[in-house]
Design a protein around this ligand. Structure first.
Ligand code: ADP
Ligand code: LRH
Length: 498
């Protein structure tokens, strides 16, 4: 029998990893070949991704993946990363500027400029995307006068940039392209209307490609660096990490909602068609494109970023904070003492997170958390509340019923967050797998290679039968969550649609 091993390159905002998946029709095992930190760097006031350091991590990871497989052979490699960001290339392929982090403040004021060119209702009708201040269109409008954009021959989204460096071939993978706010979710192709209104040159983007299509072969210098043999193909997967994570949801029935929890919480539903109503726009729901013609109807919630940033602040001021110990203390803290709006864009930027949380509690007339454990509890209660709100809104706006909530991503390790989410939603939560994005990445490659067959339901059945999952039943007094929500008022948890 042919051995099929696939490497998933999965770059998240907190860490990058290269994971080897071994796949057969009834078997799916993962081996983490390499994990490396993702540390953005501020240079002359602008927050950048350390893109070459991340690429170095990819090469080292592929080298470790090769060493893990017989004859160093991988059936293929797939790449997924965070969304919206990009690199600009000259005609000879040179990277013209270091990619800017979506949390950089350069997009301040860009929303007003975009709204002047195309009113928000028309933009939503054309793209179905929630307003996030860092969507690619806002970044491009903010960068309009820069020399790099003026000189650019090509724009590559981050996973497409990594794929280009590995193979020399350029493409724009569709699921991630949908996060630019330049794609019409009905036609699943570029919106020339939006691009023209904003003066964005669509010819900067190489041709669209679908998950499952070939994306080239490793170049000789990459083979030398990784020890992989020629030819090692790269396969397009859901290159938006959240698209791959949704493939990696081990659902067994159609009436599920998902929450991909990592740096962000992405909470919503998988649909066959976009919801482009005014009510959906007002609730700030997005229609990102998924694998196999699906739509990811979801809302961005601040996620564990809030906790990561608190930890970073406490550590920088000399505190020792071990996450598991802190979570144990948070589990003992008073429930729902204070909650903040985990959809509020005020939490997007880095730095001073504990102070910003304290300010939000003060502004809404709630007790200010005094200790790291209380602040942690406030963050987790707030995330659970935002999860519930997103799932309820998604069900209402799409006319669907939800009976099970799946949590995937790094947040699966946070048992308190999983239990609070079950309590807030009043629904059973199935938690796992933590590496759903890597699994979704591997499964799409495996299907393309013929190692497995079927639709998303079949891929999910394989996940369900092979991956360790944990179930949480709702507990506690459900009305306590309604009272906590009421303290935040009507404008909460939508990310303030304009
Ligand atoms: P991303 O893909 O955005 O980089 P991940 O899905 O890797 O993020 O999730 C990272 C988050 O998962 C961390 O910020 C942390 O809050 C949580 N996490 C990871 N491991 C653990 C753990 N052992 N206990 C509790 N939380 C954890
Ligand atoms: C999660 C994610 C999310 C995007 C954000 C920029 O990693 O891709 O889906 O909104 O990063």
């Amino acid at each position: 029998t042919t051995e099929h091993r696939f490497a998933a390159v999965d770059l998240g905002a907190s860490s990058g990893r290269v994971i080897v998946g071994e796949v057969a029709p009834d078997r799916l095992t993962l081996h983490e070949a390499h994990r490396f930190p993702n540390r953005p760097t501020r240079v002359l006031g602008t927050l950048h991704w350390n893109i070459l350091s991340l690429y170095q991590g990819v090469l080292e990871g592929l080298n470790a993946a090769a060493a893990h497989t017989a004859h160093n052979r991988l059936t293929s490699i797939g790449i997924d990363t965070w969304a919206v960001d990009y690199g600009l290339l000259a005609a000879d392929g040179t990277l013209l500027a270091n990619p800017v982090h979506y949390r950089d403040t350069r997009t301040t004021g860009a929303a007003e400029r975009v709204a002047a060119a195309i009113p928000p209702p028309a933009l939503y009708a054309a793209t179905g995307l929630q307003h996030l201040p860092f969507n690619t269109i806002y970044q491009l409008v903010a960068a309009r006068a820069t020399p790099a954009l003026a000189a650019a021959h090509r724009l590559l989204l981050i996973p497409d940039l990594i794929a280009y460096w590995l193979t020399g071939e350029a493409g724009t993978e569709l699921t991630n392209a949908s996060t630019t706010q330049l794609i019409d979710p009905r036609t699943r192709s570029w919106s020339t209307q939006v691009a023209d209104a904003l003066g964005i040159d669509l010819s900067l983007f190489p041709p669209l490609r679908n998950p499952g299509s070939p994306a080239g072969h490793l170049l000789p210098d990459v083979l030398a660096a990784t020890g992989l043999p020629h030819p090692t193909p790269v396969t397009a997967v859901g290159s938006h990490d959240t698209a791959s994570a949704v493939v990696g949801v081990p659902a067994t029935t159609p009436d599920f909602a998902y929450i991909a929890t990592g740096t962000w919480s992405l909470a919503g539903l998988e649909l066959d068609a976009p919801v482009l109503t005014e009510a959906s726009r007002a609730a700030n729901f997005t229609n990102e494109l998924g694998v196999d013609g699906t739509v990811r109807y979801l809302r961005n919630i601040m996620g564990l970023w809030m906790l990561q940033e608190c930890l970073r602040t406490w550590e920088s001021t000399g505190g020792e904070h071990h996450l598991p110990t802190l979570l144990e203390a948070a589990a003992e803290a008073t429930p729902l003492r204070s909650v903040v709006d985990a959809g509020d864009p005020a939490f997007i930027a880095p730095d001073h997170m504990p102070d910003r949380i304290a300010d939000a509690c003060r502004r809404t007339g709630q007790p200010v958390p005094r200790t790291p454990a209380e602040t942690t509890r406030c963050v987790l209660d707030s995330l659970a509340l935002a999860h519930r709100r997103a799932i309820e809104d998604a069900a209402r706006l799409s006319g669907r019923t939800v009976r099970t909530v799946h949590i995937v991503g790094g947040g699966v390790h946070n048992t308190l967050l999983c239990q609070l989410t079950a309590d807030a939603c009043g629904l059973p939560v199935v938690a796992g797998p933590a590496e759903a994005a890597a699994l979704g990445n591997v499964l799409v490659q495996a299907r393309t290679a013929g190692a497995i067959t079927g639709g998303l339901t079949d891929l999910r059945a394989l996940l369900h039968s092979t991956q360790p999952l944990r179930q949480y039943e709702p507990t506690g007094d459900h009305s306590a969550w309604d009272r906590a929500a009421a303290r935040l008022g009507d404008a909460q948890v939508t990310g303030a649609a304009t």
